[in-house]
Design a binder for this molecule. Structure first.
Ligand code: HEC
Length: 188
């Protein structure tokens, strides 16, 4: 991965120092490994598994991985660290779920870095502190096509239309009333 330096001066960056920072940092780890494909982390969020046929109906729903909304409040951080490192909670039989052995789907062993493990544990603890988790908003990125469309809107035709006297907001050019014939649909 390349450098993730933020070009903004430090004073302009959002760097919450309290538990919100733990949520923000943990959130990137959660995104990186797509934990939300299997786990519900936000109220109302649907996981990929939830829409699969085999997880429909009451029996199917019992086979879903646990929701993690209140994980930090339910479990001890040391236990959580141990679980994330080795979800089988066993040295011998690592191909199993350490807690819900009856589930078909397994919690993967991700081989997190120590740094990521710390972020995840703090993330769950911080998440449990608030009734509604704060999740940083995703900044929508324009596709190349959208960028092109946006650009052309401000050049060529569209610009000509916007500059027609009848399209100026009234009051912006009080001394130049629109000529009455310039705005027939045929002109546009
Ligand atoms: C392929 C589906 C899947 C993915 C992806 C997944 N998990 Fe899990 N996870 C599970 C299953 C299944 C369990 C139940 C394991 C058990 O009970 O032993 C579980 C259990 C957990 C638990 C323990 C819940 C408890 O209290 O018993 C935590 C914490 C957890 N996952 C965190 C994560 C995080 C963090 C990620 C992303 C880095 C992640 N999971 C990704 C399937 C998944």
């Amino acid at each position: 991965m390349g450098s993730q330096e933020n070009p903004l001066p430090a004073s302009y960056q959002y760097r919450p120092l309290d538990y919100r920072r733990d949520i923000q940092e943990g959130w990137w780890v959660v995104k990186k490994y797509n934990c939300m494909g299997c786990h519900q982390l936000i109220p109302g969020q649907r996981t990929s598994l939830m829409s699969m046929t085999r997880y429909q109906g009451p029996d199917g729903q019992e086979q879903l991985p646990p929701k993690l909304l209140t994980e930090g409040a339910r479990v001890d951080p040391d236990w959580l660290l141990r679980f994330l490192r080795n979800p089988s909670l066993s040295d011998k039989d690592t191909n199993r779920n350490g807690v819900r052995t009856y589930l078909q789907v397994h919690m993967p062993t991700f081989s997190f870095s120590e740094n990521e493990l710390g972020k995840l544990v703090r993330f769950f603890q911080a998440l449990a502190r608030q009734p509604f988790p704060y999740i940083p908003e995703e900044v929508p990125v324009l596709t190349a096509k959208e960028t092109e469309m946006a650009r052309s809107l401000f050049s060529s035709t569209a610009r000509a239309v916007l500059e027609m006297p009848c399209h100026r907001r009234s009051g912006s050019r009080p001394h130049r009333p629109p000529p009455p014939t310039s705005c027939k649909p045929a002109d546009v």
